[in-house]
Write a protein that binds this ligand. Structure first.
Ligand code: ZN
Length: 346
């Protein structure tokens, strides 16, 4: 490691935020936690009108402002219907993989602050009962929530205060193994948020300033493609930290950081991406470059939003994206190292 920081802080911080629900657009529980963590390093949090938290770090040179964005939203759901028998039907917010959700504990959040857990199941939920229990396609129309309450009918559900439009989140299912593997539904992108706090901690403890004024931003709608569409006007450079992919087309693996040269939107800024490659090379980080297909980041959203910025993206490769994801602490260390080096202008 080029920079001396405690790798376990990344995991501890991840555990602290991953268990706070934040399905797309649901910031009410998460933002106070972000404020609490920022305060430990002496920072206050500011917000835009979308409730995106920002931490502003003064630079050596404040004539230029860069933004590092790590999205806090996770793929989620909203209640769309309550069946006559009390089963709850949902619509996804973001690219839900329904197969992966079968058998998962989910929580419904009512607008008056009540929370109810339930089991995400297929309507043909039992091999002993339904001929098509194994074969029925798992999708929005066949999946349902069986509440962990005594429910016989729709009125029983409504009596709990549950209504259409209530937020639903899946259990984060977080485990960290003795040999360094991290598993969770929401490595995307809360592991990047943990890396951002690792950067903040490193700068604070070592009394360092980033090269330029740096905004750490945590948008809440990356999973539906609008997270980065608003960028404060002073920002000229925008780097999204988001998952890397693993598969036949990719060099990425669970031990490296992947610099994304192109995603579904198009190529990222040539100079900035090349600068990140050179920085990774210079500090000896284990990195690869890849191009992604069914994939976007807040940086590509920022470009689509018409912002006058240089954009780039990098992050930790995961297996099973949008399911129960897995990576290794090595990739988080390398991601945090590249973030520190970028911020310091190495
Ligand atoms: Zn993401």
């Amino acid at each position: 490691m080029k920079y001396n920081f405690d790798p376990m802080y990344i995991i501890d911080c991840f555990k602290e935020i991953v268990n706070v629900p934040s399905p797309v657009g649901y910031y009410v529980q998460m933002n106070p936690v972000i404020e609490k963590i920022a305060a430990r390093f002496g920072y206050t949090v500011t917000y835009d009108n979308k409730s995106t938290p920002y931490i502003t770090i003064e630079g050596e040179d404040n004539s230029k402002t860069v933004e590092i964005a790590c999205h806090l939203d996770t793929i989620g759901m909203m209640v769309k219907r309550i069946d006559a028998n009390g089963m709850i039907r949902v619509r996804n917010t973001g690219g839900v993989n329904w197969q992966s959700l079968e058998g998962e504990t989910v929580t419904v959040y009512t607008r008056d602050g009540r929370e109810y857990t339930g089991l995400m199941a297929c309507q043909s939920h039992s091999v002993h009962v339904f001929d098509d229990a194994r074969t029925l396609a798992r999708d929005e129309n066949t999946m349902m929530i069986i509440l962990d309450e005594d429910i016989k009918c729709e009125a029983d559900v409504r009596a709990l205060g549950i209504r259409h439009g209530d937020m639903v989140a899946a259990d984060p299912r977080c485990t960290f193994t003795k040999n360094g593997y991290l598993k969770s539904r929401f490595i995307d992108d809360k592991a990047a948020v943990a890396c951002a706090f690792t950067l903040l901690k490193y700068l604070t403890e070592n009394n360092l300033k980033p090269k330029y004024k740096t905004l750490l931003a945590f948008p809440y709608s990356e999973e539906i493609g609008t997270g980065g569409t608003y960028v404060p006007s002073e920002v000229s450079e925008y780097v999204a930290i988001d998952i890397g992919l693993i598969g036949p087309d990719y060099d990425g693996n669970e031990h490296c950081v992947t610099i994304c040269c192109k995603d579904n939107t198009g190529p990222y800024d040539y100079e900035l991406t090349s600068r990140l490659v050179n920085t990774a090379e210079k500090i000896g980080t284990n990195y690869v470059t890849d191009i992604f297909y069914r994939y976007g980041t807040d940086a590509s959203a920022a470009l689509k939003g018409g912002n006058n910025i240089k954009a780039a993206a990098f992050g930790m490769p995961v297996y099973c994206s949008h399911g129960v994801e897995r990576t290794h602490i090595d990739s988080l260390i390398n991601t945090a190292e590249l973030m520190i080096a970028y911020a310091l202008g190495e």
